[in-house]
Design a protein around this ligand. Structure first.
Ligand SMILES: [Zn+2]
Ligand SMILES: [Zn+2]
Length: 173
């Protein structure tokens, strides 16, 4: 995969490539905010990972933490979610040895974590985040946030299935 020269998650591991198998480094990240691509900004991005030189390249292992902003699927209120990004990935070196779709260390010895972190953070993004597990959502009739207040809507006027049922009952002799 290609590496973006402007990435703030690019690390020079040239010395480790020279040093040979078994060499390792612990690296700590602490960014108040970091944009990975146009679609992913992580604020903050913190954590520690270990880079280990092995015979195939550089193995990255560690856990990063961030928050992502989202909106509640039920009541649409903005919310922040804590996410943990677990990295356990080999970056092949030399780059030509990387199988299709795998990460690699650049010819210049730079390793860009941004594509991996972006991919993993997108996986952490829940399909349906809720502000709380018992969120009551919005009234589908008047839009009232039911966590904040009740509304006066009649339940049986909201759901069209009830109307069908009622007309059936009405038509009975
Ligand atoms: Zn909610
Ligand atoms: Zn209502």
């Amino acid at each position: 995969m290609s590496s973006n020269k402007n990435s703030r998650l690019r690390f020079n591991f040239g010395f480790m490539l020279e040093a040979g198998s078994g060499t390792s480094r612990i690296i700590e990240l602490d960014y108040p905010s970091i944009q990975l691509e146009e679609d992913v900004t992580l604020s903050p991005l913190k954590g520690t990972f270990q880079a280990i030189r092995n015979s195939k390249g550089i193995y990255i292992t560690g856990e990063l933490f961030s928050n992502i902003s989202a909106e509640c699927a039920r009541c649409l209120e903005p919310l922040m979610l804590d996410i943990a990004i677990q990295m356990d990935d080999l970056f092949y070196y030399p780059p030509q040895t990387a199988p299709q779709g795998e990460f690699s260390v650049g010819e210049d010895g730079f390793l860009d974590l941004a594509p991996l972190v972006r991919q993993l953070s997108l996986l952490e993004f829940p399909m349906q985040p809720f502000c709380r597990s018992d969120c009551k959502g919005l009234c589908i009739n008047c839009g009232q946030n039911l966590n904040e207040a009740e509304c006066d809507c009649e339940v049986d006027e909201i759901d069209p299935r009830f109307n069908v049922l009622r007309s059936l009952l009405d038509s009975m002799p």
